[in-house]
Design a protein around this ligand. Structure first.
Ligand code: 0PR
Length: 416
């Protein structure tokens, strides 16, 4: 604020600030029922048209997909349920517990504790908090994560003052296990493994990392935000995987997100925790209207409807429904992979493990990845960009159809 501004109304001062985009009565409408519902809805529909629409098939690089209709319906019906005050919502709390048990059951241990979270980020942050609380004697705590780990671990590290040690990847983008082991020392409070990396959907050697956790006596967290609701269904389709689930005895906690391949509403993540680790951190708020229920969620008020929707969706879709979704996504993945391999200027980054595909420029391309991506964006295609590995990410989510891929390939071929 300038000295000369002293005494002027705040609105006048703000208007003169460069880049100020508006502060008027319009921003918080004065009139109750000033506009009709239909007028407001029309305005919203009009203004939100610029948001990308999943049905166009152009959202090719996100891990999100439109939630199942039934999950949307349940969510809006029970939108007022608050799991931050469980005593007021005992029905919702019981359903949350059942969701955790069902996920535990799918992933090899129905006796896990846990909570629905706002997503993988919150679940990963809580896991690191549990690890930290398990190791309060360590004064300069660090975590060992694969270089492919999600940014949520960096956020956790910033919040909790943890040092992050990143293990290198090999040339095929899988974890360099020897380097990973070499990073473990007395200050390590947690080892992290990933089931479905953000960039390429790859799987870390969960059982081998578990053995390290046993050998060095460390907390072991698995981030299966994406793969937790893919891999069990791939197994049903006959794919084989080395041990990856809660049956690996050294695993302490496990992130699984219903709002990714679980087809549920945003926000819906979950953290499954093996019993003995839960009590290292539970926060109790003594004054709640419904009574004190200790919890380790980061959020206070949190949407009970997330738990209720996924409970309903699991009952409705059954395992078979999820398996069919995954089958569809994998068929598209292999179709796109084969087609990309036919284009001389492009190559795939590595063999896909699940429904995520990395696309790179081959040595025959006379164009940078940046240029290729911006030409695709001009045509409306939204792919993920991982500059550190020179790759574009396609996530073959359930909303992607073969016809979308055919359109995409047509546009790609027109570029070269
Ligand atoms: N773990 C893995 C392996 C993930 O891929 C993601 C999300 C998370 C955890 C975090 O999940 P939430 O977004 O539910 O918190 N990855 C998404 C993606 O790669 C979305 C994303 C990306 C979210 C970047 C945050 C972000 O900063 O598309």
């Amino acid at each position: 604020m300038e000295l000369s501004d002293k005494g002027k109304p705040l609105t006048d001062i703000l208007q003169n600030i460069e880049g100020f985009i508006g502060y008027s009565e319009n921003n918080f409408p004065k009139l109750h029922k000033g506009k009709s519902r239909s007028l407001i809805l029309t305005e919203l529909e009009d203004r939100l048209k610029i948001d990308l629409d999943y049905s166009s098939g152009k959202v090719l690089g996100a891990m999100t997909t439109p939630p199942h209709d039934f999950a949307r319906y349940i969510y809006s019906k029970f939108i007022d349920r608050n799991l931050g005050d469980r005593g007021l919502n005992p029905g919702t709390a019981a359903i949350e517990k059942e969701v955790i048990e069902m996920l535990g059951n799918l992933l090899g241990d129905p006796y896990v504790d846990g909570n629905i979270t706002s997503g993988g980020t919150e679940a990963n942050i809580i896991a690191m908090l549990l690890a930290k609380q398990n190791n309060l004697d360590i004064k300069e705590p660090s975590i060992v994560i694969p270089d492919s780990a999600h940014y949520s671990f960096d956020k956790a590290a910033i919040l909790m003052g943890l040092k992050v040690k990143r293990a290198k990847l090999l040339s095929n983008y899988h974890l360099d296990f020897d380097h990973y082991e070499s990073l473990i020392d007395d200050n390590t409070i947690a080892l992290v493994g990933i089931l479905g990396t953000s960039a390429l959907g790859l799987i870390d050697p969960i059982e081998k990392i578990g053995k390290l956790a046993g050998k060095y006596n460390k907390y072991f967290h698995v981030d299966a935000a994406f793969g937790g609701l893919v891999v069990p269904f791939m197994e049903e389709l006959g794919y084989d995987f080395p041990p990856y689930n809660l049956k690996v005895p050294e695993i302490c906690s496990y992130t699984v997100d219903p709002h990714k391949m679980g087809m549920s509403v945003n926000p819906s993540g979950s953290l499954l925790v093996k019993d003995s680790n839960v009590n290292s951190f539970k926060f109790e708020i003594p004054y709640l209207a419904g009574g004190a229920f200790p919890s380790y969620n980061i959020l206070g008020t949190r949407p009970g409807a997330s738990a209720i929707s996924f409970w309903g969706l699991m009952q409705f879709m059954g395992k078979q429904g999820f398996v069919e979704n995954v089958r569809h996504s994998l068929e598209n993945t292999y179709y796109l992979k084969d087609q990309i391999e036919e284009i001389p200027e492009l190559k795939i980054a590595t063999e896909p493990t699940m429904n995520v595909l990395g696309i790179q420029m081959s040595s025959k391309a006379n164009m940078s990845l940046d240029r290729f991506n911006s030409l695709l964006r001009q045509k409306g295609w939204a792919l993920g960009v991982f500059k550190q590995w020179n790759l574009l990410r396609v996530v073959l989510m359930p909303h992607i159809k073969k016809s979308h891929l055919a359109e995409f390939l047509k546009d790609v071929k027109a570029i070269f």
